[in-house]
Design a protein around this ligand. Structure first.
Ligand SMILES: Cc1cc2nc3c(=O)[nH]c(=O)nc-3n(C[C@H](O)[C@H](O)[C@H](O)COP(=O)(O)OP(=O)(O)OC[C@H]3O[C@@H](n4cnc5c(N)ncnc54)[C@H](O)[C@@H]3O)c2cc1C
Length: 448
């Protein structure tokens, strides 16, 4: 079958990709290594197994970006959302599912599809040719991971999320913060103010170090302890434990900086670097951490300028295989160097069940359009699909790229004249997204 699409990995992304491509009319072979080969986290041989929580997070499409992504997926005929809705459990505004019923429904639908063949086998190398989607997830088996590293370049495949918290710029207090690079060095864009700086005096710094040491942490799991690389990106609280001045001579060093309010160098500084092309999200440089999420919010809001900070994502450090998509993938999720290979799911550097499935949905649609000789139209950037796709294929900073959940910071702002704040803004963005999605789905249907 010349136009057959090979989907490698039957998790959230691979299951959705196979479904979308088959529904569009393409023939699929879906390769899943379980039960022949296990991962650290999967417990069953079911497709789309949820490895941890059973929640798809908020289902509120008007006020929450992941809720909007649910709704867009439903409207695009998602199998994952169909199975989730059919196996929904009571969970307030969240969409929680019965994990066994959910996975069984996905497995049954894919197994029964006349254009899908399920092959229970491990794929150990990237196929040399043929329309292929790689959706092997954060626990990609070693042999394939090694081959991906070869194709991507060793530096472009990560085995750990070393995530520094990311802050919504509009929640930073600019009566305290200022823009400056150390020694006023010019940035890559020629700008001389690439960082946002937050100053700490001696008492504030010492209290902050004390809070890091006392804060509640999460432990590494046994298997994470044996995975290499995390010495290279130490959690901030581990640095703090090495001595009271370690951070002040490390990521919090104030050299080459001057607080414009006082005219003097601060005792210590927290720097934030731009994290997306829109300039709405800023990354706390060097602040990867194993502190529990609630502790991060409590402690980081004591930093001057961050009292009201909202975090697009909090810090973390855990095993996760992902490629540097902004450098490696084109706008249709193809590996630029080998365009017969597409990537989908968590391995592209999105984070979460729903985001992984959403990127699978797009990969399946793109791959089937190619197989069937149809035009491949990407979703508008104003939709949650488009915002997420744009982030991993170009919007994210290639130097600080780390896996990301969908959030409104990834969406282009409303047009001038329509700019509003808070809940109304999210609602207006969501309404715009669904209107633009309808055009996109209509356009695609027209093309088909
Ligand atoms: C321990 C852990 C806990 C997580 N908890 C959550 C959570 O609570 N909530 C949340 O939203 N997200 C969570 N995530 C993140 C992420 O959302 C999930 O991992 C999600 O399942 C990713 O979807 P995926 O399709 O990309 O990968 P997966 O769902 O992992 O699917 C990949 C599939 O590929 C198969 N595979 C791997 N290598 C090969 C190969 N070489 N050949 C053939 N098949 C292969 C695997 O067996 C698997 O079935 C967690 C991740 C991990 C690692």
């Amino acid at each position: 079958m010349e136009n057959t699409i090979h989907v490698i990995g039957g998790g959230l992304a691979g299951a959705e990709a196979a479904w979308q491509a088959a529904e569009a009319g393409a023939s699929i072979i879906l390769h899943e290594m379980r039960p022949k080969r296990a991962t650290f986290a999967h417990r069953t041989d079911g497709l789309a197994e949820l490895v941890c929580s059973n929640s798809f997070r908020s289902d509120d499409w008007q006020n929450n970006a992941v809720g909007l992504l649910h709704e867009e997926m439903r409207r695009a005929g998602s199998l994952i959302m169909r199975a989730a809705d059919a196996h929904k459990l009571p969970a307030g505004g969240a969409l929680a599912v019965d994990r066994e019923g959910f996975s069984a429904a996905v497995t049954a639908a894919l197994s029964a599809h006349p254009r899908i063949v399920l092959a229970r086998e491990e794929v150990t190398a990237l196929p040399a040719s043929g329309n292929t989607i790689i959706a092997t997830g954060p626990l990609t088996a070693e042999a394939l991971a090694a081959d991906i590293a070869k194709a991507a370049g060793e530096d472009h495949l990560a085995f750990f999320d070393a995530i520094a918290p990311i802050v919504h710029r509009e929640t930073i207090d600019f009566s305290v913060a200022w823009f400056q690079s150390r020694y006023d060095k010019k940035g890559p864009g020629g700008g001389d103010a690439d960082y946002i700086n937050l100053p700490l005096d001696e008492a504030q710094y010492k209290a902050f170090v004390g809070a890091l040491l006392d804060g509640e942490k999460t432990d590494f799991r046994e298997w994470e302890k044996t995975t290499p690389y995390f010495e290279a990106c130490l959690p901030i609280e581990v640095m703090a434990a090495r001595g009271v001045d370690t951070l002040r001579f490390g990521p919090m060093k104030p050299v080459g900086l001057m607080d414009p309010r006082t005219g003097v160098r601060p005792y210590a500084v927290v720097q934030l670097r731009q994290d997306n092309a829109l300039g709405t999200l800023w990354n706390m440089v060097g602040f990867q951490t194993k502190l529990k999420h609630a502790e991060q919010v409590r402690i980081f809001r004591t930093i001057p300028g961050l009292a009201n900070a909202q975090f697009a994502r909090l810090g973390g450090l855990h095993r996760n295989t992902f490629i540097h998509s902004p450098r490696l993938l084109d706008g249709q999720l193809r590996l630029k160097a080998r365009p017969h290979l597409r990537f989908a799911g968590q391995v592209t550097g999105v984070e979460g069940y729903v985001e992984s499935a959403a990127i699978g949905l797009l990969a399946g649609r793109f791959a089937s359009a190619e197989a069937l000789g149809l035009p491949c139209v990407p979703p508008p950037p104003t939709t949650a699909f488009g915002a997420l796709l744009g982030h991993i294929t170009g919007g994210a900073s290639p130097t600080t790229f780390q896996p990301m959940n969908v959030n409104f910071g990834l969406f282009p702002d409303l047009p001038p004249g329509k700019r509003i704040k808070g809940k109304d803004r999210k609602q207006a963005m969501s309404e715009r997204a669904l209107a633009d999605l309808a055009d996109w789905l209509g356009q695609k249907e027209a093309a088909e």
